[in-house]
Design a protein around this ligand. Sequence first.
Ligand SMILES: [Zn+2]
Length: 456
Amino acid sequence: MNDALAAVWYAFAEGRLHFRTRAALEAHQERLARGHLRWVVAHSPAVAARFQSAGLSPQQWRTLPPTAKADMMANFDQLNTAGLHLSDVLALARHAEDGRDFSGQLRGAAASAFAGQAVTVGLSSGTSGTQGAFLVGVQERQRWAGVMLRRLLPPPVWASVMRPQRLAFLLRAEGGLYRSVQSRRLSFSFLDLLRPVPDLAAALTAANPTLLVGPPSVLRALLNAGASARPARVVCVAEVLEEADRAALEAGFGPVVQVYQATEGLLALPCRYGTLHLNEAHVHFDLEALGEGRWRPIITDLRRRVQPMIRHRLDDILQLDDVPCACGSAARRVARIEGRQDDALVFAGGGGQPVTVWPDFLRAALNRVPGLREYRLEQSAPDTLWLLLDPDALPTRTAAAAEVTAALARAGADTERIDLRFGPLLPAPPGAKRRRVVRRAFSELPVLKVNSEVKS
Ligand SMILES: [Zn+2]
């Protein structure tokens, strides 16, 4: 079956996964979990070792001590079931990001459960400091595309898939994930965030998408730069969607919905009323109470096999809404996602024109610095960027300066005119929101308005 057909098949199958009671939803999860956990423990040495050291059987997965991204990366080779090595994955993914060519895939190792099969590779800088590498198998990305189609295109799904759909993605790094679905009726275009904002705005207008996907700060900047499109849905990803952005995007482009997706999976999707529901038909969520209505999710993905996510603690903080949704779904409602609060920076380009530098590029650059535990970048003036580092030692300063300078140059900024300054990163006050890329308020460059409205 080709990718587009498979995606449509999954889109229809998704229709059977609407649960009206918690009991029915939990029974469905338990059914999936039984087979899934048995398979994962049999094929992933890292997951098997966790169960063994806790003295638990696969059926006792609900009480398994949680893991986190740092452990996932440290045990990457033993965790994945395609026999892939982190060094190969990082080399391929970085090559793809540097060359802006995302066709690269790896093949599952001969002795693995996915021998010879294509595995899509990607990196995420995340907002948590630890870089994540992700692996997605053929069937997993087909299901991903099917779920997205089902939940994001206007109902009924059969009518939507009968019409040609053009999906435009504005993302830092595409990954083969997004180009996997390509046919006459279904086309995906990838607009590279490394291009200048006016070029991106023109490319978006030319793409004339029926579904437009991107971070709200980027969509807002393109709208302000004159991009014109009337998609059936504007899908905001990767950042918290602020009310002011939602209103502006709705007025400029059309109906806005939000998707909560991370390296760790497709975590929440909107229903037809625009409410964001946890993706509980595919992912089990345990929630740790943080007080004041805030929760930290520990996810168990009940589908992913190439890179299993079993009792995996996320960095994001969720606020939930207890009021039942009019759609009748028993899946819990997300009122707000916290933990992604970075700013875009603006510097002068070679010809003196303003150039936007997205925080994602800077986080990716800093993730490459060996030995760097934590950092914050603060633009304190139009030509001044502070690198606050932990540890603030000469080797980390030198490496951080080189990576940041390269990232700024690639974005088109005139690095000769940017003053890099260094200092130690002091501990944040308890409970403070974690922000790694920050633009302090200053008013010299008029174009800063574009971004200062978004996050301040
Ligand atoms: Zn709903």
